[in-house]
Design a protein around this ligand. Structure first.
Ligand SMILES: [Zn+2]
Length: 157
């Protein structure tokens, strides 16, 4: 079976499409966590080889690109994790302060959890907003100026 001759035009079209896909996946304008380091590396090696760069050099360039993006992604992941831990710690402190007062919304006593706040949304949703405000104002040493200013109309009898 004779080898099919390379259809140069078809090859050029296919390569252009492939490059476009790789550029889309590697998109350096996206946030670092959405960039695909393997796509970026493949793009580098293809560009280098089609420009007649020596193969070992082409592969070395591709690896450099891959390692650079992966390195930036790891830095980003560490920063996100550190930020998450800081926020969790801050919320834990705030929740501890909040639990020192009774809740004006659901009547939960000091030290007890609010009732009916649901389980979704993490620590911030553990206590009713009025309780958080009350505890915060007391913690800052100032009595709340409008203890019943919860945006609800006063009950009329
Ligand atoms: Zn409550």
């Amino acid at each position: 079976m004779p080898e099919e001759p390379l259809n140069v035009l078809q090859f050029a079209n296919d390569l252009a499409g492939f490059r476009a896909d790789l550029e889309h996946a590697a998109n350096e304008y996206l946030p670092i966590e959405h960039q695909d380091p393997a796509a970026a590396a493949l793009l580098v090696v293809i560009n280098a080889l089609t420009a007649n760069t020596e193969p070992t050099t082409a592969v070395a360039r591709a690896m450099t690109t891959y390692n650079r993006i992966r390195g930036q992604q790891k830095e980003h992941e560490h920063a996100v994790e550190a930020q998450r831990k800081r926020e969790a710690a801050e919320l834990a402190v705030e929740e501890e302060i909040t639990r020192k007062v009774a809740c004006p919304t659901c009547g939960a006593e000091a030290g007890l959890s609010c009732v009916g706040t649901g389980r979704s949304g993490g620590l911030r949703k553990k206590s009713h907003a009025d309780r958080v405000r009350l505890a915060r104002s007391l913690n800052e040493g100032t009595a709340p100026s409008h203890a019943h200013d919860s945006g609800q109309p006063p009950t009329t009898v």
